[in-house]
Design a protein around this ligand. Structure first.
Ligand code: ADP
Length: 767
C-alpha cells in the first residue's frame, strides 16, 4: 500500500470532514506557519488535517487536504483556505516531541469498495433530509442544492453532516467511520432522533404556550367583565365590598392565625387601587380563605354496628371487604397511633369501590368528596400554584375541602395507579406527605400559604391494578382487594340493589317491572363484558327508560310491565358479546387465562408450524414478558424433547407461529407460560387438548411452574366461558379457598409444580 509523508495541522475544537473547507488564520509568530510553508514548498499544497489529537489515544484517521488559497495579511498573519479531500490512515507521526520541528506524518491511502445500490441510498437520504429541513427552521435549504446532484455516497455524507449537526463528538464519530454505508446509517438514525427531539420540544412548547394563553385569557376576560359590570353600575363599589368582607371576617370562625392573615389581606385590599390587577388577586385569595371549613366538623357516627348495617344495605356481598373496613374504623377509633395505614380499595372498574366509599362516608355521617389523580403529573395540581402565577388557584386537596364544607370529610383519592411522572416533578411524594398524619397536620397549599390541618380527614384511595401503585405509596396502604363478581353474584346485585335503585330513582312502583332471572342473565352474558356491574346498571337503566318513554308517548297507562328475552333486542340492540360459544377442541389450540380490565377471561392460544429453521413468530399484541414466556416455552420443549416424545427434527426444521387472537387488546405477563408450552407441544405432537381445560402459570426454563396473580378474576372468567378444569401452580393452592362457591362447585382444579405433571394430566384425560 502506498505510503507517503505529509505535514500535519492539529485542530483543537473543530472537526474537518472531507469535502468541506476550513478557513484558518495563523499568527505570524506561530510555528504552524512553518507547516503551511512546508506544504506549499514541498508537498504540492497537500497537508494532513487531524481533528482530534490525544497523546494517549493516537488518532488513526486524518483528512488528506489541499491548501486552496493562502494570503499574507498586512500584519504578517497568514490566512489559508484548506479543503478536505479524503480520509487516510495515519501510520505514524514524526517529530512528535520536537518543539521546533514542524509536525509531520506518514499516511497510507484507504481503498474504497464499490457500493451496491448507491443511488438508491442517496435518494433515500435526500428524501429524509428534505423532510427534516422542512421541519427545522434554522437549517438552510442551500444544502439541498449541494447534495441533489451528488452521486457519490462517500462524498455525500461528508457534505451533509456539518450542515445538519455541529456537535464535535458527533462529527468525530462521522470522521472516524470510514465505511460510507455505516455513515449513511448513522445519518438516518441521527435524523430520526433529531426529528423526534424536535417534535417533543415543539409539543412541550405548544403545551406550555397554550396553558399560559388559557390562564392569561381567562384573567383578561374576567377583568373585562368586571369593568363592564362597573360601567353598568352592577358591580358593588370597592367600599361596599370592603364593608361586606370585613363583616364576614369578623364573624368568621377560624384559627387565630388565619384571622390575622385575613385582616392583613383586607388591609392590602383597602390600600390597593381599584385599577390595579393585584386587587382581584387579593380579593380572590380572601374569598378562598373565607370558603374553607377551618373550624367545621361533622359529628361522626361511632356506632360501628350501625355502619355495618348501612354498608350491607348499599352493597351486596363483599363480606370480607366490609369486615376489614369495620375493623379498620374500630382500630382508628381507639388507637392514638397516628401512623395507622390508609385504606386503598383495589379492583377492576365497576366493582363498587367509589360507591362503597360513598356509603362509608354516609354511614359515618361524614361529608364525601372525591378527587381523581388520573393523568396528574405535576405536583402543583395537587399542591396548588403560587399566587405569583397569573390565574393561580389552590390544588385539588384544598379545592376538595372547600367542596366538602367540613374539616373531617371522607376524601376519596381515585385512581392512584394512574398518576403519570415526568422529569419535573413526582406527585407520589406530595401524596405521601398528604397522607402522613404526622405531616398532614401542617399541610400547606402553595396558593393558600397558611397551614390547613388535614389530620381529621379520612382518606380512602382506589386503584385498578395493585402492580401500578408506586412502591413507596404501597407501603403506607392497607390494601383491600375487591375482585369481580360471578354471573350469579351480578344477578343478585341486579335484583336486590340495581333494579330497586333504578325504579326508585324514576319514581316508579316496586312492582312495576317484572324481569326474570334468565333475562337478567342474558343481559349479563350478551350485553356486558365487565368485572363489575356498571355496564349492567346502564343497560337495565336503558331498558326501563325506553319503556317509560314509549308509554308516555303513546299515552298508555299500565301497572306492570314484563321484560322478556324477546324484547331485549328491541331495547338494547343486537347482542354484543357471546360467551360459552366454543370452537371444537383442536390440535395446537389451548386456553390460557387472562386478567384484563374487563375482569378474567379465557385467552385462546393458537400454534401452527411450517417448514422453516426453528424460528418463533409471535402475533396478537403480546407484551415483552409474554414474548419471553413464548421463547422459554420453546426452549424448554427443545431441551426436553425426549420426555415429551417430540420428533426433534420437527422442532428445528419448522418455524413455529404463536397467535393470541383479539389483537386489539394488549396482553402481557408471565402467567401464560404453561399454556404457551402446552399449545406448542399440542401442535408438534398432534395431541388434542380438550377445550374445557384452561391453564395458568408461569414456566421456568427448567419446567418449574410458578405462582400467578388474579386467580379469582381468572376463574370467574373461566366459569363464564364454560371451562371445567383449570391447571394451576401448586403455589396458588392456598388461594383456592377464597374462590366463589359457584367456581369451586363447577370447576375442577389441578395444581402442579412441574410441567411434566401437566403432560401426565393431558395424557390421561378422557377424550
Ligand atoms: P368503581 O368505583 O369500582 O369503578 P362504582 O362504585 O362506581 O365502581 O360502582 C358502579 C355501580 O355499581 C354503582 O352504581 C354501584 O352502586 C354498583 N355496585 C357495584 N358493586 C356493587 C355491590 N356489591 N352491590 C351493589 N351495587 C354495587
Amino acid at each position: 500500500m502506498k505510503k507517503y509523508n505529509l505535514p500535519v495541522i492539529l485542530l483543537n475544537g473543530i472537526v474537518l470532514l472531507p469535502q468541506n473547507i476550513l478557513k484558518l488564520e495563523f499568527d505570524a509568530k506561530n510555528s504552524d506557519n512553518n507547516v503551511i510553508d512546508m506544504a506549499l514548498l514541498f508537498h504540492d499544497n497537500y497537508i494532513l488535517v487531524v481533528s482530534e489529537y490525544n497523546q494517549k489515544r493516537m488518532p488513526k484517521i486524518g483528512v488528506l487536504s489541499k491548501i486552496e488559497s493562502h494570503l499574507v495579511l498586512p500584519n504578517g498573519n497568514m490566512r489559508v483556505d484548506i479543503k478536505g479531500l479524503r480520509r487516510v490512515n495515519i501510520v505514524e507521526f514524526l517529530n512528535l516531541n520536537k518543539v521546533k520541528e514542524p509536525l509531520e506524518s506518514i499516511v497510507s491511502e484507504i481503498t474504497s469498495e464499490k457500493i451496491e445500490n448507491e443511488q438508491l441510498i442517496i435518494n433515500k437520504l435526500v428524501k429524509e433530509i428534505k423532510i427534516y429541513i422542512k421541519n427545522i427552521s434554522y437549517i438552510s435549504n442551500d444544502i439541498i442544492n449541494m447534495i441533489e446532484k451528488e452521486t457519490n455516497l462517500d462524498k455525500f455524507t461528508d457534505i451533509v453532516v456539518p450542515n445538519l449537526f455541529n456537535n464535535k463528538k458527533k462529527m468525530l464519530d462521522y470522521l472516524n467511520t470510514v465505511d460510507p454505508i455505516k455513515r449513511s446509517e448513522m445519518l438516518l438514525k441521527d435524523i430520526y432522533i433529531e426529528k423526534e427531539m424536535f417534535q417533543i420540544e415543539r409539543n412541550l412548547d405548544m403545551k406550555i404556550k397554550k396553558e399560559m394563553d388559557d390562564t392569561q385569557k381567562e384573567f383578561l376576560l374576567r377583568e373585562k367583565i368586571r369593568m363592564l359590570k362597573e360601567e353598568l353600575g352592577e358591580y358593588s363599589s370597592k367600599d361596599n365590598e370592603l364593608e361586606k368582607l370585613k363583616k364576614q371576617i369578623e364573624n368568621f370562625s377560624c384559627p387565630p392565625k388565619i384571622k390575622e392573615r385575613l385582616y392583613f389581606e383586607i388591609k392590602r385590599y383597602e390600600s390597593s387601587s381599584i385599577a390595579s390587577p393585584e386587587i382581584n388577586v387579593i380579593r380572590d385569595y380572601i374569598e378562598w380563605l373565607l370558603n374553607l371549613p377551618w373550624n367545621i366538623y361533622t359529628e361522626d357516627n361511632n356506632d360501628l354496628n350501625n355502619v355495618k348495617e348501612k354498608l350491607d344495605k348499599s352493597h351486596y356481598g363483599l363480606e370480607e371487604v366490609k369486615e376489614r373496613i369495620i375493623e379498620y374504623l374500630a382500630v382508628k377509633q381507639i388507637s392514638k397511633n397516628d401512623a395507622s395505614p390508609i385504606i386503598c380499595l383495589v379492583g377492576p372498574p365497576g366493582v363498587g369501590k367509589t360507591s362503597l366509599a360513598v356509603s362509608i362516608a354516609k354511614s359515618l355521617n361524614k361529608n364525601f368528596v372525591k378527587i381523581s389523580l388520573n393523568g396528574i403529573k405535576d405536583e402543583s395540581e395537587i399542591l396548588g400554584h403560587r399566587k405569583t402565577y397569573v390565574g393561580a388557584s389552590p390544588g385539588r386537596i384544598i379545592s376538595s375541602l372547600k367542596k366538602a364544607k367540613s374539616s373531617n370529610p371522607l376524601l376519596l383519592i381515585d385512581e392512584i395507579d394512574k398518576m403519570s411522572y415526568d422529569y419535573r416533578s413526582n406527585p407520589t411524594n406530595s401524596l405521601l406527605s398528604i397522607l402522613d398524619s404526622k405531616q398532614n397536620k401542617y399541610f400547606s397549599d402553595n396558593y393558600i400559604e397558611e397551614e390547613f390541618d388535614l389530620s381529621h380527614v379520612l382518606f380512602v384511595l382506589t386503584a385498578n391494578y395493585i402492580e401500578d401503585i408506586p412502591e413507596p405509596l404501597k407501603d403506607r396502604l392497607e390494601i383491600i382487594n375487591i375482585s369481580g363478581y360471578t354471573e350469579f353474584e351480578k344477578l343478585d346485585i341486579a335484583n336486590k340493589y340495581l333494579l330497586p335503585k333504578i325504579i326508585n330513582e324514576k319514581g316508579l312502583n316496586n312492582k312495576f317491572i317484572n324481569i326474570s332471572d334468565n333475562v337478567i342473565l342474558k343481559i349479563i352474558r350478551n350485553y356486558t363484558k365487565e368485572a363489575g356491574v356498571r355496564e349492567l346498571q346502564r343497560q337495565l337503566d336503558k331498558i326501563i327508560r325506553k319503556i317509560i318513554t314509549q308509554l308516555v308517548i303513546n299515552n298508555i297507562k299500565i301497572n306492570k310491565i314484563n321484560i322478556t328475552e324477546k324484547v331485549l333486542e328491541k331495547y338494547l340492540g343486537k347482542e354484543k358479546y357471546k360467551f360459552n360459544i366454543k370452537t371444537k377442541s383442536q390440535v395446537g389450540v389451548v386456553n390460557g387465562l387472562a386478567y384484563t380490565i374487563y375482569g378474567g377471561d379465557t385467552l385462546p392460544i393458537e400454534v401452527n408450524y411450517f417448514k422453516g429453521k426453528g424460528n418463533l413468530l409471535l402475533t396478537g399484541s403480546l407484551g415483552e414478558v409474554m414474548k419471553e414466556s413464548a421463547s422459554i416455552a420453546l426452549s424448554y420443549l427443545k431441551s426436553n424433547y425426549k420426555i415429551y416424545n417430540i420428533d426433534y427434527e420437527k422442532l428445528i426444521n419448522n418455524d413455529i407461529h404463536i397467535h393470541v387472537p383479539e389483537g386489539a387488546i394488549k396482553k402481557d405477563g408471565p402467567s401464560a407460560g404453561i399454556a404457551l408450552t402446552l399449545a406448542i407441544l399440542s401442535a408438534i405432537t398432534q395431541i388434542k387438548i380438550p377445550n374445557t381445560i384452561a391453564l395458568t402459570g408461569e414456566i421456568t426454563l427448567r419446567g418449574h411452574v410458578l405462582a400467578i396473580g388474579g386467580l379469582k378474576e381468572k376463574t370467574i372468567g373461566a366459569l363464564r366461558s364454560g371451562i371445567k378444569t383449570i391447571i394451576l401452580p401448586y403455589e396458588n393452592l392456598k388461594d383456592l379457598e377464597e374462590l366463589p362457591h359457584e367456581v369451586k362447585e363447577n370447576i375442577k382444579f389441578i395444581t402442579v409444580k412441574d410441567f411434566k405433571e401437566i403432560y401426565q394430566v393431558i395424557k390421561n384425560v378422557e377424550r
